[in-house]
Design a protein around this ligand. Structure first.
Ligand code: SF4
Length: 276
């Protein structure tokens, strides 16, 4: 039986022991399914494990009849994607409840509507893991996979979780553009692709909406966007038009493998397997 280095690392890490973050590029996973099977068992960050499970037990009153996911979140979307969408971390009563990235909160409502308008999603809503949503040409993930208190992971938790993003990037071979939702996503994208040999320009461009940052050595273009948090969408700092413009640019960069808006959605049989 072949045991991947990442699997051995996770299996040998007790919840209360500081993980030995290996700071290496990628992991020897052969599929996103295998990676995700290990990821959802990860308990490397004691504070986040405690928080995600406490939230899942106590629940918000509006969701008291639901079974919360309460575990790390796998990425979601098309393994052949040319567009990667990078957020921050799951929301306590959003992704941590539903088990899918950006699902179950207002930020996700905005994001999936934009993905649908841009032709990356077969429907404009994401309600739960069984709602029939499919992405074509896009994959959504986050640098931190467990919901952090106040949406603020520590530096140690961020670094622990980079293992998973590195492993995921090693399997997403076609990424040509990365939409970074917020400054944290931008910083982590620069770090993650830097570990893969794709350095950011120097000086590194400051974060700003619609800023483009091409990475070196044939790396993807980072497309920076304000995060669709309620803080930004309620105040008008981010409008649907602004988000659409970023997705339109991603579609331009993505080339022909990414559908244009309004084009027919492929049948299920024409597409490959998907992670959970
Ligand atoms: Fe594991 Fe990442 Fe969750 Fe930490 S945040 S427990 S590294 S999945």
């Amino acid at each position: 039986m072949i045991v991947s280095r990442a699997t051995a690392f996770i299996a040998g890490t007790s919840p209360n022991r500081r993980p030995r973050y290996p700071r290496r590029v990628g992991a020897p996973y052969r599929s996103l399914d295998k990676l995700n099977a290990d990821l959802v068992e990860c308990r490397s960050c004691p504070r986040l494990v405690h928080w995600r499970e406490q939230v899942a037990r106590e629940k918000r009153a509006a969701f008291r009849d639901e079974d919360y996911w309460g575990r790390p979140l796998p990425g979601f979307g098309d393994p052949e994607a040319r567009l990667l969408v990078l957020g921050l971390a799951p929301a306590a009563h959003g992704g941590n409840r539903t088990g899918r990235m950006f699902t179950g909160d207002r930020s996700g409502d905005w994001l999936y509507r934009a993905l649908h308008r841009a032709g990356f999603a077969n429907q404009p809503t994401s309600k739960d893991r069984r709602d029939g949503l499919r992405l074509e040409g896009a994959y959504i993930t986050a640098p931190v996979r467990c919901a952090p208190p106040a949406n603020k992971p520590t530096a140690e938790e961020r670094d622990n979780c980079a293992l998973w993003l590195d492993a995921e990037l090693s399997l997403l071979a076609n990424i040509g553009a990365v939409i970074c939702l917020g400054q944290f996503a931008y910083q982590q994208a620069v770090r993650a692709f830097g570990r893969r040999g794709h350095a950011a320009p120097k000086p590194r461009p400051r974060f700003g909406h619609a800023v483009e940052v091409p990475l070196g050595n044939g790396g993807p273009v980072l497309l920076l966007s304000y995060h669709p948090s309620q803080q930004n969408t309620f105040t008008g700092k981010l409008t649907e038009g602004m988000l659409d413009a970023v997705f339109a640019r991603a579609r331009e960069i993505g080339g022909s493998s990414v559908r244009g808006p309004g084009s027919p959605y492929p049948s299920e049989s024409s597409r490959g397997p998907r992670p959970s």
